[in-house]
Ligand binder design. Structure first.
Ligand code: URA
Length: 195
């Protein structure tokens, strides 16, 4: 049975616990040919309710900081490693990450972004397949083979980190500015400052 329609997972029951905890599957949003693909961990309560990634406080930080570096949320694609809300917002388990991996790989493959930006520790470790000290490695770009294709992956702190630790704001903004350098003006995905 096909579980994806384009970039969307339309039906999935691979994770028993997540099927119980979710209200819905939260698919990625944004242009299907975006230059920038942001990958978070998993939906939280707001995302589960609204059916869209990063719409709570973390989403506000992401949107504001994108604007600060001349980008608009509408021009980037945003998704998660795991598409269903884990109970009590716990980290996704290894088997859940593995179950959802095919969907993430398909999305990365089909969107074919200029850069994949990992938001926080879970997506960084998932894609780099090793321990990542996100604060120390924020802003670094790694060549990662995803579904057979080499991809630049830019490590970024989670936007929520800036809420707990204001000193992370600069790190977050600097990393998004670096991500903006990957945008292709020819594609029409112009930086806001260009207008
Ligand atoms: N945190 C994430 O990692 N993903 C979301 O969609 C929201 C918050």
């Amino acid at each position: 049975m096909t579980q994806m329609d384009g970039l969307d997972v339309v039906d999935c029951e691979r994770c028993e616990e997540l099927c119980e905890s979710r209200s819905r599957i939260v698919n990625g949003v944004g242009p299907a040919d975006a230059d920038l693909l942001f990958v978070g961990e998993a939906p939280g309560a707001n995302e589960d309710e609204q059916g869209e990634p990063f719409v709570g406080r973390s989403g506000d930080v992401l949107d504001e900081t994108l604007r600060d570096v001349g980008l608009d949320r509408a021009d980037v694609r945003i998704t998660n490693c795991v598409r269903c809300r884990p109970p009590d917002n716990r980290d996704p388990h290894a088997d859940e990450l593995a179950n959802c991996r095919e969907y993430l790989e398909t999305e990365i493959d089909r969107v074919d972004p200029e850069v994949v930006v990992t938001l926080g520790k879970v997506p960084a470790q998932h894609l780099l397949d090793r321990d990542v000290a996100v604060t120390g490695e924020a802003g670094t770009v790694h060549d990662v083979t995803v579904a057979g294709t080499p991809r630049p992956v830019l490590v970024c702190v989670h936007p929520a980190a800036t809420l707990y630790d204001p000193s992370q704001k600069e790190t977050f903004a600097d990393t998004l500015a670096k991500a903006a350098d990957f945008t292709d003006d020819e594609s029409g995905q112009r930086r806001i400052g260009d207008f």
